[in-house]
Design a protein around this ligand. Structure first.
Ligand SMILES: C[S@@+](CC[C@H](N)C(=O)[O-])C[C@H]1O[C@@H](n2cnc3c(N)ncnc32)[C@H](O)[C@@H]1O
Ligand code: SF4
Length: 457
């Protein structure tokens, strides 16, 4: 085994990443009175969060609740109102991502929301998430007519045994049914993405190879392969239902995925593989600035991170009172912004030097030089006159780091949900702060120490 392929190298690299990002906190505010001012770019990407699902999968830590018609009707009304608030504040968006939860759980509401966004903003690209069960011929036709270019379908596995363990077989269909649904959806959209999860606890190598065989045979033009991510609440649910994954298998399984999907697909991010061009699953990669609408959505505008409330009732009440739904925010220092750009831009495989210089001047390469040298020595990064690029080893490193990033985001979601659940007993207090994307809930005095240290830099 080559020196750099030893498992402890992954551990050291990940520990370094966690250390570097240990202080990234999102402070809980009393809530903004109105939506923030548009950034210099006027808006970039609009993300719309639909937090409803018919079945709550044990492994999932996205912000989602069980679908309930009355609540969903009130939620969608508030959502469209919130989108209008952004238009009123002067935002413009070039693309729209609708994620969840399961946006197609209430098709009529979804279509009205798409129509509104198209009417208000000249969006050029629309991406919508779905599950296999919702893909009826009628809805596929309506989504395509509503301007959806990219449909992303949550499949997770083509192994019936694993679908049963995940609690999806009964609701979303067997592997054969899912394949039929995907074949029917193919002609409707410029991009059909299939979401898969690898390193499921009971997934042997043969099962992974079978998933790859099916995908290559299906002829879809995009697939996202996420390593199974675990955090406190979901880990506990998974322990009771499907078990916990073996983290040491991520590297060999990811190498198998890379080897099998190429040359048919290219890596348009470390875990998204495409044939041709087209949007990818992570909207935050597409544009530096983005606005998240709906409950439990994140925004990033001119170096400030925001999160809206995770309580659906508070969300509806705030928007109806013409307030912003944002209840947490954090201003990033110039150094933190550069590190975030480094992580997120390279996730797409390549960092354009001209983009870096226009945005940060020479400071970026000066400040991140030691980090970049480490990645170069580790065989993760190569450089030419115009860009920095990830090697295959680098793609794997970025999968591990991004999973760690998402696991921290998920911890933040869990904490925000816990607060939302106890909201009636305890009103929002400005002296509490929650962490995110990387840390844990911390008392205000630690935030003060943190702010003091930052100010001293
Ligand atoms: C928010 S879901 C939307 C798709 C749709 N609700 C469905 O499940 O069919 C987006 C994708 O996130 C991925 N995902 C959810 N939880 C995950 C976890 N714990 N680890 C890795 N991927 C996960 C799944 O692949 C899922 O399809
Ligand atoms: S994986 Fe999809 S369907 Fe399952 S709970 Fe998460 S968002 Fe809902």
């Amino acid at each position: 085994m080559r020196f750099l392929d030893r498992p402890w190298v992954d551990r050291v690299m990940l520990a370094g990443f966690r250390w570097e990002t240990r202080d990234a906190l999102l402070s809980l505010t009393r809530g903004l009175e109105s939506v923030p001012a548009p950034p210099k770019s006027r808006g970039g990407v609009l993300y719309v969060h639909i937090p409803f699902c018919e079945v709550l999968c044990p492994f999932c830590s996205f912000h989602r609740v069980r679908y309930e018609k009355d609540l969903a009707t009130r939620y969608f009304e508030a959502l469209r109102r919130e989108i209008r608030h952004y238009k009123g504040a002067g935002f413009e968006f070039k693309s729209l991502y609708v994620g969840g939860g399961t946006p197609t759980v209430a098709p009529g509401e979804l279509l009205s929301t798409l129509a509104l966004v198209r009417e208000l903003f000249g969006v050029k690209e629309i991406s919508v998430e779905s599950n296999p069960k919702d893909l009826t011929e009628g809805l596929l036709t309506e989504l395509a007519a509503a301007g959806v270019d990219r449909l992303s379908v949550g499949v997770q596995s083509f192994d019936d045994r694993l679908l049963r363990e995940m609690g999806r077989y009964g609701k979303y269909g067997s592997a054969d049914v899912i394949q039929d649904r995907l074949r029917a959806a193919l002609p409707h959209f410029a991009t059909l993405n299939v979401d898969m999860i690898f390193n499921l606890p009971d997934q042997g190598r043969a099962s992974l190879e079978h998933d790859l065989d099916v995908l290559l045979e299906l002829g879809v033009n995009q697939t996202s392969f996420y390593p199974l991510m675990t955090t406190g609440e979901t880990a506990a649910k998974m322990r009771r239902s499907m078990g916990l994954p073996d983290k040491w298998r991520v590297r060999p399984y990811y190498e198998t995925i890379l080897a099998r999907l190429r040359p048919t697909f290219h890596a348009s991010s470390a875990w998204c593989f495409s044939r041709g061009t087209g949007a990818i699953d992570e909207y935050f990669v597409e544009s530096e600035d983005y606005v998240g609408t709906g409950s439990g959505a994140f925004s990033y505008l001119d170096g400030t991170l925001f999160a809206t409330t995770f309580s659906l009732e508070e969300y509806i009440a705030r928007v109806n009172a013409r307030q912003s739904a944002i209840t947490a925010e954090r201003h990033l220092s110039p150094s933190e912004r550069m590190k975030l750009s480094f992580l997120v831009r390279l996730f797409s495989g390549e960092l354009d030097k001209r983009w870096v210089r226009e945005r940060y001047g020479k400071r970026f390469e000066r400040e991140l030089w030691p980090v970049m040298q480490c990645y170069k020595l580790a065989g993760a990064l190569v450089e030419d006159a115009t860009s920095y690029r990830l090697t295959d080893r680098g793609l794997y490193f970025w999968v591990v780091m991004m999973s760690s990033y998402f696991e921290s985001v998920n911890r933040f979601r869990e904490q925000m949900r816990a607060r939302a659940n106890s909201e009636n007993a305890e009103p929002l207090r400005a002296d509490l702060c929650a962490s995110g994307p990387f840390g844990s809930v911390v008392p205000a005095e630690r935030l003060a120490r943190f702010a003091h240290r930052r100010a001293a830099l």
